[in-house]
Design a protein around this ligand. Structure first.
Ligand code: TYD
Length: 137
């Protein structure tokens, strides 16, 4: 089985000089990247990671992440107002969509970029799940 995705809370300290937002990380991040200026209706992702662990949040605007594995499909709304971040463990096929015009999709990743960690073909992902996830119990 894959690990469950998990919500983290982004804490806020507000004073007259502005808002401070804090996210304590449950793992060491080696890389961060962010996505902006996504045209209306565009979707991203369409891949899974073999071992990469990620945290997604929306410092600005909103977007949705659909996580697919085995026979489950779940949707998570990331909205800057909610001040939540989503931990996405390895092994999930993801589709990122519904970006608001002003959205920033911020990502923290446990490893440096490595193309060989990606599974970009859905049929290959289904085979990978059979080999790597379904035999564990
Ligand atoms: P990809 O992860 O497929 O984007 P998304 O999931 O948002 O649709 O990455 C898009 C391209 O950018 C792909 O060619 C790989 C490259 N890339 C890097 O070179 N380094 C990185 O850290 C990331 C995330 C992507």
């Amino acid at each position: 089985m894959v690990e469950e995705p998990k919500w983290l809370t982004i804490n806020q300290i507000t004073d007259p000089a502005g808002d401070l937002r804090i996210l304590e990380l449950p793992f060491e991040a080696k890389r961060t990247y962010f996505i902006q200026n996504v045209p209306h209706g565009s979707q991203r992702g369409f891949h899974a990671h073999r071992s990469l662990r990620q945290i997604f949040f929306a410092p600005q605007g909103s977007f949705e992440i659909e996580l697919i594995t085995g026979n489950s499909k779940r949707s998570f709304l990331l909205n800057s107002i909610d001040q939540k971040a989503l931990v996405v463990p390895p092994g999930y096929w993801r589709i990122i969509s519904s970006f608001s015009k002003d959205a920033t999709c911020m990502v923290l990743a446990s490893e440096h970029y490595m193309e060989s960690d990606y599974i970009r073909n859905f049929d290959e992902y289904v085979s990978w799940c059979k080999e790597n996830l379904e035999n564990e119990s």
